[in-house]
Design a protein around this ligand. Structure first.
Ligand code: CA
Length: 220
């Protein structure tokens, strides 16, 4: 299993990212200050560090500097405010592998995490299967009973979320935060609209509406 250390002091973001990582089959451990981030990162128990810059105790740049000074080659993805991207690029020279500007969509962060993990040759499974459905995460192709279906980027992210949770009810709120991001308007009907698109492409009653709750994938 793949362990991700997440150093983020803002509870809303930490919980949003941790939930998404668990949904993607990864194991998150959350720390909320710089000294803990450094302690945990140097244990060797993790495959990747997602590191916020604005942390109490020691900021993310200092955590990264000390981590690299200790000889660690742990892959690091930095989280930063959009207006601090220039500082962050300086941080990359200090040994980070990549960065994400806040606010971000979870799927963007996950794509970068997967890329770093793959470079580290500890790849997660590349094809998700549920009943008649299979989704190739590399080629981004969905097959229904062997029939290939073209998906837009958003439909792909939605299909991935369902295929990682076959038979489970996913609420609109869960789908919104996994596929669109935590800063998206919760009053929007975008989830229903996109479930409708995906349902038409899949055919055959795979996506079931659970009244008053959300949607469930019945793999068939
Ligand atoms: Ca912060």
């Amino acid at each position: 299993m793949t362990g991700i250390l997440l150093a983020e002091d803002e509870p809303r973001i930490a919980s949003f990212v941790a939930k998404g990582l668990r949904g993607a089959g990864l194991i998150p451990t959350v720390v909320t200050d710089g000294p803990s981030a450094l302690d945990y990162a140097t244990t060797g128990d993790f495959d990747l560090l997602v590191l916020d810059i604005g942390l109490p105790g020691l900021d993310g740049f200092e955590v990264l500097r000390r981590l690299r000074a200790s000889g660690s080659e742990l892959p690091v993805i930095i989280l930063t405010a959009r207006d601090s991207v220039t500082d962050t690029v300086a941080g990359l020279e200090g040994g980070a592998d990549d960065y994400m500007a806040k606010p971000f969509r979870f799927e963007e962060l996950l794509a970068r995490i997967r890329l770093r993990l793959r470079e580290d040759r500890t790849a997660a499974p590349t094809v998700l299967r549920a009943g008649d459905l299979s989704l190739d995460l590399h080629s981004r192709r969905l097959a229904v009973n062997g029939r290939e279906v073209d998906l837009s980027a958003r439909e792909f992210a939605l299909a991935e979320t369902f295929l990682r949770n076959p038979g489970r009810v996913l609420t609109r709120e869960q789908l919104l935060s996994r596929v669109w991001g935590y800063d998206f308007d919760p009053g929007s009907n975008v989830v229903d609209v996109y479930v409708g698109y995906l349902r038409r492409k899949l055919g055959g009653g795979y996506l079931v509406t659970v009244r008053g709750m959300g949607y469930r994938l019945e793999p068939g």
